[in-house]
Design a protein around this ligand. Sequence first.
Ligand code: ZN
Length: 369
Amino acid sequence: MKGAFKIAKMFGIPVKIHWSFFLLPAWAVGSSVYNGMDWNAAGWFLIYILTLFVCVLLHEFGHILMARRYGVGTEDVILTPIGGMARLHRMPEKPKNEFAVSIAGPLVNVGIAILLSPSLYFAPMRDILPVLDNLDLLFAGPEYLLRILIIANLMLVGFNLLPAFPLDGGRILRAGLSFRLGRRRGTRIAAIIGKLMAMGLFGMGVYLWAPSFILIGIFVFVMASIEYRAVANEDVLRNTTVAELVNYDFTKVYDTMPMSEVLRLYSLGLASDFVVMTDAGRPLGMLSQKEIEHVLHHDDLDATAGDYFTVLPGYLRKEMKLNVAESIIKRSKKSLLPVIEEDVVVGCLSLKSIKHYMLFKRRLMTIRF
Ligand SMILES: [Zn+2]
């Protein structure tokens, strides 16, 4: 994510902060000071907010460590003003595992609240009620910190359990529905429920004139559509094999071919990555823009494709499912990869044609809602 920088590493996962993260405490404390809060209280207010974000971070690590148990890694965690975001490499597809990963976050907050609860014996919750509307007293020192953390953690649990994507409650709902209905229908119904909730939040925001509700409503509405589309796409890809999309009429480059000829093919704009093979069609490697630019730069036109090709970063087989093929091509960082049968290149498949196919299939099914 642009604008995020790393501040620490926990359990081997980079913890990043988005610059906008600082807007929230700056705004909260700044506007309080503007409204007459004294500097001592402002300082404590800031500490309260930062402690709360530590709880949010622990929540994210609940998800991350549970996902790790199912063999799912995590790219990073980013703290933003609207909360934490753990970017898991994928969601476990088994409903049981998705449920466990989703519930682990809120359970961390329940755990924090329980751990802090013995302090209520010495400082009862009812004492905080009279000062809730007097921020100068509330943040005069650390005496209300634990109680506020208990309340805030329970509020985090409540908010995150709202049954709407991308909140944990949305995923928990989807997991529950997927048990009986399958992942796609489960997601569809969970998305509809999320959208209804989003409209409710939006309406309430307008009625009460609470801009944060309006924003969250819009956010949840958009995320429900994105989530469903992603699952529907995955469904299309999983039910199709590479065989249906192979391009047999691809631009062939042989190792003996002079680079001047490769440049001519490149100039036609038919492809930006070429598979290099022997006369018998055995795959040797690939030529991409980088190598071609090098030849142009050094005017090395007498060289052959055999002098310049780089190692084949991967290949596909006809019987592969498209979702597998897509991830292999993406990982190779090429626009296409060869399809190989009995050690011979029979065709190519590009990311572009997978995308095109997916859009076309989805329009045929008219699964929008
Ligand atoms: Zn969560």
